[in-house]
Ligand binder design. Structure first.
Ligand code: 5GP
Ligand code: ZN
Length: 112
């Protein structure tokens, strides 16, 4: 999608600090980090949000990527948080499916 910032990152039209990449997924550092580790895990295929997922098995593969990156970033053993914001009330600001991977500090609950 031309006007999607995350598609532009995938196509290397916009720079990002890549943390992991394979044929189906990209993981990169959030430009406005909320924790010592704050990465965004995205499918390369443009899917707007959770409501648009049609291939449920893709999510299983995506969470295998989460496992790999958590190991790689050194946050697997202490724990981490995975967040998805869906739609307006969910606080989604970029309409390309993404999961925040946050770690490196204790995560408070409840979120705002
Ligand atoms: P959302 O609010 O949709 O759940 O999360 C969008 C996230 O994307 C935000 O945490 C924001 O900081 C991040 N973000 C927005 N634009 C860019 C960008 O151009 N590059 C990077 N690396 N992150 C971005
Ligand atoms: Zn996109």
């Amino acid at each position: 999608m031309e006007d999607c910032i995350f598609c532009r990152i995938i196509n290397e039209e916009v720079p990002a600090k890549k943390v992991y990449e394979d044929s189906e997924f990209l993981v990169f550092a959030d430009v406005n980090p909320q924790a010592p580790v704050h990465n965004l895990v995205i499918p390369k295929k443009h899917i707007s949000n959770i409501m648009e997922i049609r291939d449920g098995e893709m999510l299983g593969r995506l969470f295998e990527v989460v496992q790999k990156v958590a190991q790689q970033e050194g946050i697997a053993s202490d724990g981490f948080r995975v967040v998805n914001n869906c739609g307006e009330n969910g606080g989604q600001t970029v309409d390309h499916l993404h999961f925040h991977l946050l770690g490196g500090r204790f995560m408070e609950w409840p979120p705002g």
